[in-house]
Design a binder for this molecule. Structure first.
Ligand code: HEC
Ligand code: HEC
Length: 429
């Protein structure tokens, strides 16, 4: 559901429930309403005992603290780390300001275009050219031995850096119905004189082979299910094969047996603990004190007036508890269903002139599109945009072009006072 203001929805849905209850006398049956998702930076790193989840029910025998511990574990070569990898744990890249957040980590992606201008994944040589790595655009910066190190041929001339993303609150994002995201895309042209038209892409669900879902995770919306993203990340970031991604990028130097990620005594593999951890995190909280100041309130109005909220959508409501998602493999739990979130994003792809040239699950026209950066948690970042090349919010806004040219132009024309108000508002997120 696309709505301008979460509080209004909360209010109106309560009124609706109240009226329905009065009208039918069935208060017990209809006394269910949407509510705000719990917010907080409540997963202090390496201190899971202090962590508070969003209330998601744990699998038998499991705890949120244990999920976090597995998420923070450094893996060794004997556990399957590598042969090529980027870092030894999830938390290495997702830790600011607490476990599950974003960080300054950027990753390299490369490739080239064929004679028809279509993006092609690179062929990366390792082991003095005796072996190759193919089938993916990501290049790992580390390897467990010098022979495995990936080196980029000059012919792979499309190169991009992409920042690590925030994952706090992503369980709520997963619980958004496909139809909600499609409806947001369909409304954008009329909200913007036809300038903005978010693209929906379908992403494969690895845990439900043959099925797809509206992509919403990653800079290219390359995944629609958290478990799928995480299976991919365990292989492509850490080199650890798992039941969803059972083959390493290379077997040079490999000594372990696949899949390297095996179930523990609870029957849960590491990827299950990671998914449980991410699904259990609260959404990034606002700076409520700053948000209450006149400047921030004025900035919020300016944000809407300029049309920033056409893409940076303020409020979205998740699907009701009990909804089957991820190709029928996951049921939206009570803790994540019927919740209002304020991601300041639409989870759709747009060409705002900063595209990185890489194609993943979408069609070729997505080469120069990126997912609208969700702005929740923005105040935890010192550098901005997918490449982290913007050192100020003003610079990040000034790089908006293409579908976002009009709001960016209108930002430039603001009075100094209104500009300051808008930046103050952004600092509350
Ligand atoms: C080397 C750094 C690194 C490591 C290690 C890493 N990630 Fe990430 N993560 C990233 C980057 C970079 C992105 C954005 C990727 C993209 O879209 O190209 C990302 C994106 C994600 C997303 C999508 C978030 C969103 O809202 O779209 C999830 C979920 C995620 N990572 C989970 C994990 C888990 C779980 C692990 C451990 C198995 C992990 N990551 C390990 C760097 C890392
Ligand atoms: C057409 C959709 C669209 C509109 C309209 C739009 N943005 Fe964005 N915004 C994006 C996309 C896509 C990105 C990510 C681009 C990238 O990383 O290269 C982004 C990134 C950002 C970022 C960087 C966030 C981060 O975490 O690095 C900020 C800040 C931002 N936008 C603010 C604004 C403001 C303020 C406005 C209105 C003046 C606006 N945007 C209008 C799509 C849009």
């Amino acid at each position: 559901m696309l709505i301008p203001d979460g509080r209004k929805l909360l209010f109106s849905s309560c009124v609706f429930v109240l009226l329905a209850a009065l009208g039918t006398g069935l208060a017990r049956v209809v006394a269910k309403s949407t509510s705000e998702a719990p917010a907080g930076f409540n997963t202090p790193s390496f201190n899971g005992a202090q962590s508070i989840s969003n209330g998601i029910v744990e699998p038998a025998g499991d705890t949120f603290a244990r999920d976090q511990q597995v998420y923070e574990q450094n893996k060794a070569v004997a556990d399957g780390l590598g042969p090529v990898y980027n870092a030894p744990s999830c938390v290495s890249c997702h830790q600011n300001p607490n476990s599950g957040g974003a960080s300054q980590f950027t990753e390299l992606r490369v490739g080239h275009n064929d004679e028809n201008g279509n993006f092609v994944n690179p062929t990366i040589f390792i082991n003095d050219g005796k072996n190759t790595i193919t089938g993916r655009s990501i290049v790992n910066d580390r390897a467990i031995g010098p022979e495995d190190q990936e080196h980029i041929p000059s012919t792979e001339n499309i190169r991009a850096l992409r920042a690590a993303l925030n994952t706090l609150g992503d369980g709520f994002v997963e619980a958004i119905d496909d139809t909600t995201l499609i409806a947001i895309a369909e409304r954008q042209p009329e909200l913007s004189d036809g300038r903005v038209h978010g693209e929906v892409v379908q992403a494969p669900i690895f845990e439900a082979p043959g099925q797809t879902r509206v992509g919403r995770f990653g800079w290219k919306d390359q995944h629609g299910s958290l478990l799928s993203f995480i299976g991919d990340a365990y292989l492509n970031e850490m080199g650890i094969t798992n039941r969803l991604r059972p083959k390493d990028a290379t077997t040079v130097h490999k000594t372990t047996k696949d899949p390297e990620d095996q179930p523990d005594e609870l029957g849960l593999a590491d990827i299950d603990h990671f998914a449980q951890f991410v699904r259990g995190t609260m959404v990034p909280p606002r700076d409520e004190v700053l948000a209450g100041t006149p400047a921030a309130k004025k900035g919020a109005e300016v944000f809407r007036r300029l049309g920033c909220n056409v893409c940076h959508v303020e409020s979205i409501t998740t699907a009701p508890p009990g909804t089957l998602i991820d190709g029928g493999t996951f049921t939206v739990p009570e803790a994540l269903g019927d919740k209002i979130i304020h991601p300041f994003g639409d989870y759709l792809l747009h060409d705002i002139g900063t595209g990185d040239g890489i194609v993943q699950v979408g069609p070729q026209d997505t080469a120069n599109k990126l997912r609208t950066a969700p702005l929740w948690g923005l105040r935890t970042k010192p550098r901005f945009m997918h490449d982290l090349a913007s050192l100020s919010l003003e610079n990040a806004i000034s790089r908006h072009d293409g579908e976002a040219r009009e709001p960016a132009r209108r930002f430039k024309e603001l009075s100094p006072e209104e500009k300051k108000a808008l930046i103050t508002f952004l600092r509350t997120l």
